[in-house]
Design a binder for this molecule. Structure first.
Ligand code: NAD
Length: 488
């Protein structure tokens, strides 16, 4: 109970909260990991004020200093990788092997943002007239706010904070209530490195508490210039409406409903391999997890037989997420398991066939949040598992008869985050990738997330890009200086 940092990190110092307590529970064991005293609106406002002042300090830092600071944060994360991964697994239930991957993924955002900041440039467009020069300056936006989900407790903070700092901005983060301990552990790393390098200690704050109260105080502060949110579409809409009156810039990384398309010419073993990566990572609880499997009719059964063999093997690796051998841990909470159960029951009631799984897994001495990897065939677009994000380890497969039908099915949902295309035909690969109405395409690739790519969705999956040089641009604003030049 006492080994974790449980205080809020506000204005460069750890402070005890002043509102309702918040219990952090290990989803695998039900054990209480920590009790955090939440932050009130007043404490969140204090964080926003410190954020505004730190934004001025960040802006004053040279690019070289910012880049060095951001690089040191990457090293700081790597130096504490084992502890961070263990904490991440304890509060999220993510298998330890995946948690280590997430910690390295988080560090890579700091590497990438540092490199992008080093190369960032303004512009000097060709002048239309001899007596004018237009000098385009790229400036930091200022004080920013981030609200992050539980499914990537460290990486989603990194994806927002790294470009913010590299661009010369400050950021207050409100992490998910399920996973605040990883954020606070990172705040300790931040505090140490800011002190060592002389960077602003208050350019990052972590405030945890009742979400609408804390978010409301942070968004309504007059100095806040940007909100970056990752989470569900419903909450994204609420936050966008709160940002609208002051026209605060928003980046919204929201839910998905990714199609995983397997064409008849695909290398089926390779497609199965990528399907396992895409569907079962963190038990299906990532925003880009494949949700609907669209299979060319001639190979549908062959694909499912091969997939089933892999799923059978995976089902033997469900259990304690702290063990090296575990590939599937618990779902995040009871509501998540109930949603998966409802989706499977609805599909079966509407005529889907359950090939494997379809129930909770009983693990001795652990919670009831473990769910067997599941395959449903004969799904159709009317089923909940096809029209909503299941966010669990369920393959819902349906067949198609032509490329046009596959594309129509893939795009026939309000979401547009990721889509997957499995084919060996390069013409088809490009045709389908171009036709998919989404922001990320995995072409024979079930795990397309990487720090250098401009990640983000379309339609109900949100707006804005994170990662790479576009991620850095999102924390800058352009200003032009029009100069009259007198000729001799
Ligand atoms: P969520 O929307 O419930 O919560 C996300 C964050 O919003 C949390 O910090 C939560 O405390 C906060 N929040 C909730 N209600 C709020 C309110 N009324 N006002 C202010 N803040 C509020 O989502 P979740 O269940 O934590 O995460 C899962 C969702 O996130 C899925 O839909 C998933 O697809 C999505 N997601 C998207 C991406 C992406 O990059 N597009 C990445 C990861 C997760």
């Amino acid at each position: 109970m006492h080994e974790f940092e449980t205080r809020q990190y506000v204005g460069g110092a750890f402070v005890v909260g002043d509102a309702e307590p918040l219990e952090v529970v290990n989803p695998a064991t039900n054990a209480t990991l920590a009790v955090i005293t939440g932050a009130s609106a007043a404490l969140a406002t204090r964080a926003a004020e410190a954020n505004a002042e730190a934004a001025r300090a960040m802006r004053a830092l040279s690019v070289l200093k910012r880049v060095e600071f951001v690089r040191r944060l990457a090293s700081g994360i790597r130096a504490q990788a084992a502890g961070l991964a263990a904490l991440l697994t304890a509060e999220s239930g993510k298998p330890i092997v995946e948690s280590r991957g997430e910690v390295e993924y988080a560090a890579s955002f700091f590497d990438n943002a540092a490199a992008a900041a080093e190369c960032a440039a303004g512009e000097l467009p060709a002048s239309r007239t001899a007596d004018r020069r237009v000098l385009v300056l790229r400036e930091p936006i200022g004080a920013t706010v981030a609200i992050t989900p539980w499914n990537f407790p460290l990486a989603m903070i990194a994806r927002k904070l790294a470009p913010a700092l590299a661009a010369g901005c400050s950021q207050v983060v409100k992490p998910a209530e399920e996973t605040p301990l990883t954020a606070l552990a990172f705040a300790r790393i931040y505090e140490q490195i800011a002190r060592d390098t002389g960077a602003p200690m208050a350019a990052f704050s972590v405030v945890i508490g009742d979400p609408p109260t804390v978010a409301g105080a942070l968004i309504s502060h007059p100095a806040t210039r940007k909100l970056s949110f990752t989470g569900s579409t419903d909450v994204g809409r609420i936050l966008a409406s709160q940002c609208a009156p002051r026209l605060i810039k928003t980046a919204l990384e929201l839910g998905g409903n990714a199609p995983f398309m397997v064409f008849a010419d695909a290398d089926l073993d390779r497609a199965v391999e990528q399907a396992m990566l895409s569907k079962f990572r963190f038990m299906g609880q990532t925003c880009i997890c494949a949700n609907r499997f669209l299979l060319a009719a001639p190979i549908a059964d062959d694909f499912l037989v091969r997939l089933e063999a892999r799923v059978q093997a995976l089902a033997t690796a469900i259990g304690d997420p702290t063990l090296e051998s575990t590939r599937m841990g618990p779902l995040i909470n009871d509501a998540a398991v109930a949603k998966v159960e409802a989706h499977v029951a609805d599909a079966v009631a509407r005529g889907a066939r359950l090939r494997i799984g379809g129930r909770r897994a009983a693990i001795a001495g652990l919670s009831r949040r473990f769910y067997e990897p599941t395959i449903l065939s004969h799904a159709d677009p009317s089923m909940l598992c096809a029209c909503e994000e299941t966010f669990g380890p369920v393959v819902a497969a349906m067949a198609f008869n032509s490329e046009a039908e596959a594309i129509a099915l893939a795009n026939a949902v309000p979401y547009g985050l990721a889509g997957y295309v499995m084919t060996q035909d390069v013409d088809r690969l490009l045709r389908v990738a171009e036709a998919l109405d989404c922001g990320v395409v995995g072409a024979n690739d079930g795990a397309p997330s990487t720090a250098e790519a401009p990640f983000g969705g379309r339609k109900d999956s949100g707006l804005g890009k994170e990662g790479g040089t576009h991620g850095l641009d999102a924390y800058t604003d352009l200003k032009y200086v029009s100069m009259r030049v007198r000729s001799h």
